[in-house]
Write a protein that binds this ligand. Structure first.
Ligand code: AMP
Length: 204
């Protein structure tokens, strides 16, 4: 069986708290962004939460691909869809859920600069200490030696499907998979969620 990554399941309440912290940091600088650029897909929900808190009406998207499936990086980060709208002359905040290698946010901020933005800042809900890119605003820091795969509430089922699939690759049943996820991934999932994602369960 493939090794399972150590995971931390996070909640909507934590996501609210990260957004509150980032919004307070942005406000303390006394210049609000005119446009928020959200990295798809991880940065979309955080972008919307920040747009609400900061009163920003304009949300623009940019698509990068890096980590193929849960906890498996797919080589270098790649910009696969450019900005969905113009940012020339604007003050822009570029937002993602987490900076791990930091490659995605580094590429995205460069793309926004190249598109002629007047001011470019960046924010991430979570920032891992080893990231080569350091965002201007961070909701929570994770020390470099405490790497963990964050199961965000907006990526819950995708992560659970993948992790359950890995833990069940040898045909293990639902209770065994649940136990493996608890012991090896430190992920305590409801049995119903493991069952719903188990390859042996029929169509819902
Ligand atoms: P990166 O380019 O390595 O900074 O990360 C790119 C994207 O992959 C992030 O925006 C997340 O959506 C996802 N990702 C990377 N590392 C993690 C992690 N440790 N936990 C959850 N998602 C991650």
């Amino acid at each position: 069986m493939a090794e399972l990554p150590r995971c931390r399941r996070t909640s909507w309440a934590e996501a609210d708290a990260w957004a509150d912290r980032i919004a307070a940091q942005v406000r303390s600088k006394e210049h609000l962004p005119e446009t928020i650029v959200g990295l798809t897909r991880g940065g979309w929900v955080p972008s919307r939460l920040l747009a609400d808190r900061l009163g920003v009406k304009r949300l623009v998207s940019i698509r990068l691909q890096h980590w193929g499936v849960t906890a498996q990086p797919s080589g270098k980060a790649e910009l696969t869809e450019g900005l969905s709208g113009p940012v020339r002359g604007q003050s822009v905040l570029v937002v993602d859920d987490i900076t791990d290698t930091g490659e995605s946010l580094a590429l995205a901020t460069q793309a926004v600069r190249d598109a002629g933005a007047a001011r470019v800042e960046s924010a991430a809900c979570l920032h891992i200490g080893h990231s080569k890119f350091v965002p201007d605003y961070v909701g929570e820091e994770i020390p470099r030696d405490a790497w963990v795969w964050i199961v965000f509430p907006w990526n819950y089922w995708e992560d659970v499907r993948h992790l359950v699939g890995q833990a069940a690759a040898d045909g293990a049943d639902v209770p065994t998979v649940r136990q493996r996820l608890l012991e090896r991934a430190k992920l305590d999932l409801p049995e119903a969620d493991v069952r719903a994602s188990h390859p042996g369960s029929g169509p819902a």
